[in-house]
Design a protein around this ligand. Structure first.
Ligand SMILES: [Zn+2]
Length: 292
């Protein structure tokens, strides 16, 4: 990469990080985001075993909740809807003890009972606030170049159904998995995000990455994704994802050096400019989870 090209790329990256910082700060204050946070707080998280049970019964389910939770969200379960069976723990409380869910009293587990959940598709009523996580169009050409790049870097890429709702992809060090049902542009965004995790948080950088919080790693991966996609002319939406990880504009500025270096390495690799590339090595696990 020539000095002049490197300089203009640095300027472009800095400019984009500044706009992203403004976008995140605006999202965090927005009505939509606060409504979304309130709604998501009502969705329980399920154990790994229950997530598998849900996936086996309704592979297309994105959000699931019990009858009462849907009601609190202003929705009702449609007549004739088929429930999804999961196992709910039965806990024992001493007679006379207050039925308070927040009680810190130790409860004794004595078994499991079947509980029924319903998929969002089987409910009707008030719309659930949605956050957009990615552009949906314009990334077809970039995707084929990214698939080529992934292969060049010696990283295995697999498209498949992912059981855990909301997880669009993950990287396990030398291997990236992306949800099979995304649009080419969404796939490109997830792939870039995971390639950055491979570069910054696996292989030789794995020990450094362990010192970072989950939020810091997501900040680095997603902000770099934004910068890389903008470089290729795609207006990726990163602000919502980053806001869900509690990232603010100031933290973004503080991470500029890492983001800028990672973006330059990946852009050079995609453009086939080997003078800017470094080998990306393998190990461990990092997922791309947009909560809910
Ligand atoms: Zn991630």
């Amino acid at each position: 990469m020539s000095n002049e090209k490197a300089r203009s790329l640095t300027e472009q990256i800095e400019k984009n990080i500044n706009s992203l910082a403004d976008e995140i700060d605006a999202v965090r204050k927005s009505e939509t985001f606060l409504r979304w946070l309130n709604a998501m707080a009502l969705f329980p998280t399920y154990s790994h075993n229950n997530q598998i049970l849900i996936f086996m019964q309704r592979p297309d389910a994105r959000r699931v909740a019990g009858f009462k939770t849907w009601k609190r969200l202003g929705r009702h379960v449609k007549k004739g809807a088929k429930g999804i069976a999961i196992l709910a723990p039965c806990v024992y409380r001493k007679k006379g003890e207050a039925e308070n869910e927040d009680s810190t009293t130790v409860k004794k587990l004595f078994g499991f009972k079947v509980a029924w959940l319903f998929a969002e598709q089987d409910t009707d009523g008030a719309a659930i606030p949605e956050l957009v996580y990615s552009a949906t169009e314009g990334g077809d050409e970039l995707l084929s170049r990214l698939e080529w790049t992934t292969d060049e870097l010696g990283i295995e890429l697999e498209y498949k159904d992912i059981a855990e709702p909301g997880v669009q992809g993950y990287s396990c060090g030398g291997r990236i998995v992306v949800r099979a049902t995304l649009s080419p542009t969404e796939t490109a965004a997830v792939l870039v995000h995971e390639l950055i995790h491979e570069d910054l948080h696996h292989g030789k950088n794995r020990d450094d990455a362990k010192q970072k919080t989950r939020n810091q790693r997501e900040l680095e991966a997603e902000a770099t994704t934004y910068v890389v996609l903008r470089h290729f002319g795609i207006d990726h939406v990163a602000s919502n994802y980053l806001a869900t990880y509690n990232v603010n504009g100031e933290q973004l500025h503080a991470s500029l050096a890492t983001i800028s270096a990672a973006a330059k390495r990946l852009i050079a690799a995609i453009e086939g400019d080997s003078s800017g590339t470094e080998t990306v090595e393998a190990a461990s696990f990092e997922e791309n989870r947009a909560p809910a």
